[in-house]
Design a binder for this molecule. Structure first.
Ligand code: AMP
Ligand code: GLY
Length: 427
């Protein structure tokens, strides 16, 4: 049996969970993580390369004889890393577990994904798009819209480009600052205005070879900073899997109306898409709608999805490359997995870095997936807003959370904060 050298791009909890999973595979020879963090070093070798520095990534691929590239975050995918590899004679043999630049537009442009869903009759909120050219029309549209109004910057805005305006004044002000004051730079030159959907969200993941797909365990993440889902959005404060309501008829609708038409639609439109598709869904009454697509795995969802996925991830990637995902059956660990994210005081606004972390070696019965950490003078220090994802298994969500919370207590650094109500609907 041959084995493969793998380069994983990214530096968060998601990449630590993927690295943890890859390390368990006999098919994984050497694992490199670029740039990685203090946690990823236990699974492989960190390379000090930025995820969008394609030329340095190329050099590393040649030097380390990389066979498989896994882009963790969206930035390199939206910037076209797949096309860069496939257009380069020295790199094109490398398997890239991610979509083409065009495919990554499902995440890279809200307007693109909205039009795609319309073409394929995939349920999503009604919307209109506006730019400076039809600005006045947009103002009129807002005035006639029912409240609340959802405004989305078209391009990538690190999860911050969505505003849910509760009043017309706020909607008009947001619209103005997005388009006329470039609140999110070029990303908000175009704005999608959409209908507000009231329901409960969940994250569903497919892994596709462009024709066939398999569905990975689903998850629910907790995006707001405050308990009771209050306060500003973050990159994610915790996650649970499975999602108790994601079953039966509802998941059949998700499959028939959303996942299958998405994969089929991409194939019909000849958009090259291999790898993960993240469906950010909302259940309104008993009906699923797409809130957003992402062209990668979720963070912190990956920190509970990878622990529940029993299949060998490298084998899945090889099947993807051969176009044979139809031969794969996904096996789920039947236990629940939950993750609690420790963050830095002040996050999602400004926060300090470099705080010494204690108690990492005291944790029991949890997996520690480092998010924003670094090693400084031999010590692990905080190095980001989201610091550490503490994932545990349990016979149910309550039990898994209990284990994570025990360890969240033991691990300390100045300004530690975490939500104590992850999974509250299901406890
Ligand atoms: P997005 O970046 O598109 O995932 O949006 C960020 C968050 O805003 C989502 O996770 C939802 O909580 C919320 N959101 C986005 N679009 C809508 C919508 N049409 N209705 C209600 N909530 C929304
Ligand atoms: N947890 C949401 C995301 O990864 O976009």
């Amino acid at each position: 049996m041959s084995s493969y050298n793998i380069l994983l791009l990214g530096s968060g909890g998601r990449e630590n969970a993927i690295a943890w999973k890859l390390r368990q595979s006999k098919l994984c020879k050497e694992l490199y993580i670029a740039p990685g963090n203090a946690g990823s070093m236990q699974y492989g070798t960190n390379l000090n390369i930025a995820v969008t520095d394609f030329e340095s990534i190329k050099k590393a691929c040649l030097e380390y004889r990389i066979d498989i590239l896994i882009p963790g975050p969206e930035d390199p995918l939206v910037a076209g890393i797949y096309d860069f590899f496939k257009g380069d004679d020295e790199l094109k043999h490398i398997i890239v577990a991610g979509p083409s630049k065009e495919g990554a537009q499902l995440e890279g442009s809200k307007a693109f994904s909205k039009k795609f869903m319309q073409r394929h009759n995939i349920p999503t909120a009604a919307y209109q798009e506006f730019t400076d050219a039809n600005f006045e029309e947009g103002i009129q549209y807002l005035k006639e819209h029912t409240l609340p109004i959802v405004l989305k910057a078209d391009g990538l805005a690190a999860g911050k480009g969505v505003v849910i305006a509760q009043t017309y004044e706020e909607a008009i002000e947001t619209f103005h600052s997005m388009i006329r004051e470039a609140q999110f730079g070029d990303a908000s030159k175009k704005v999608v205005v959409e209908q507000f959907l009231d329901g409960i969200e969940l994250s569903v993941f497919a892994f596709t070879d462009g024709i066939n797909y398999v569905r990975l365990p689903e998850a629910k993440d907790y995006k707001r900073i405050g308990e009771g889902d209050k306060g500003p959005n973050t990159g994610g404060m915790g996650a649970v899997s499975p999602v108790p309501f994601a079953q039966g008829e509802f998941m059949q609708k998700v499959t028939d109306r959303i996942i299958t038409p998405t994969v089929k639609g991409l194939a019909e439109e000849k958009i090259i898409y291999h790898g993960f598709i993240f469906f950010g869904l909302i259940k309104v009454n008993e009906e699923p709608y797409v809130i957003e697509y992402n062209c990668r795995m979720g963070d912190p969802e990956t920190e509970v999805v990878m622990p529940r996925l029993e299949n060998d991830l490298v084998e899945l990637i090889l099947k993807m490359d051969e176009g044979k995902l139809n031969e794969v059956t996904i096996q789920h660990d039947l236990r629940a997995a939950c993750t609690v994210m420790l963050v830095s005081e002040g996050y999602p606004n400004a926060y300090p870095k470099g705080k010494i972390m204690n108690g990492l070696d005291q944790s029991k019965n949890s997996m520690l997936f480092h998010a924003g950490t670094a090693v400084k003078e031999g010590q692990v220090v905080t190095n980001g807003g989201r610091v550490l994802a503490i994932t545990s298994y349990g016979n149910n969500i309550e039990e898994a959370l209990q284990a994570s919370y025990e360890n969240a207590n033991k691990i300390n650094y100045d300004g530690k904060y975490y939500r104590r109500d992850i999974g509250y609907e299901f406890r």
